[in-house]
Design a binder for this molecule. Structure first.
Ligand code: DQA
Length: 152
């Protein structure tokens, strides 16, 4: 049985749909979860979709991913711009990790232009709303495919 891709969401993402809809859109996190799971099924992947407002819980989940997951898709919310702990956890997990953001962080305030997650991630997808999760899954499917053909 293939391991799931962990799709991890950080602080305030539970407020999607209510929170600054002009920036983050009208879909709730449950809607995003449903569309992510649907795309995963089409790609033959399983996902484990989670959200936490706590930095330490996200660190624990990334540590768990090392043995329990095949890859990580991470929207770390504001911890993106502050968390050396999350960056260290991703380095230690030694798994393909894709950073996502609903908004185009580079069109926004200067403090959002720096990401600790990017220093550890394979790539970044941002600015396309909930679609970023589907795009990240497509990239992840390719990476996992390449990994398994390299192993033979
Ligand atoms: C976000 C962008 C972050 O800067 C912000 O703090 C978030 C959401 C996004 O998905 O666009 O909480 O990660």
């Amino acid at each position: 049985m293939a391991k799931p891709v962990y799709v991890l969401n950080g602080p305030n993402l539970n407020m999607l749909g209510l929170r600054e809809p002009t920036i983050y859109g009208a879909e709730t996190l449950d809607d995003v979860k449903r569309r992510t799971e649907a795309r995963a099924a089409q790609l033959g992947l399983e996902v484990d979709f989670r959200q936490s407002n706590f930095e330490g819980e996200l660190v624990t989940w990334i540590q768990q991913a090392r043995t329990e997951a095949s890859g990580i898709i991470l929207n770390a919310g504001a911890y993106t711009h502050t968390s050396i702990a999350l960056m260290d956890a991703i380095h230690a997990a030694e798994l393909p990790t894709i950073e996502v953001h609903l908004s185009n962080v580079f069109r926004r305030e200067g403090f959002r232009h720096h990401s600790y997650i990017s220093l550890a991630a394979r790539g970044v997808i941002c600015g396309f709303g909930p679609k970023v999760y589907e795009l990240a899954l497509e990239a992840m499917a390719d990476i996992l495919q390449q990994q398994s053909s390299a192993k033979g």
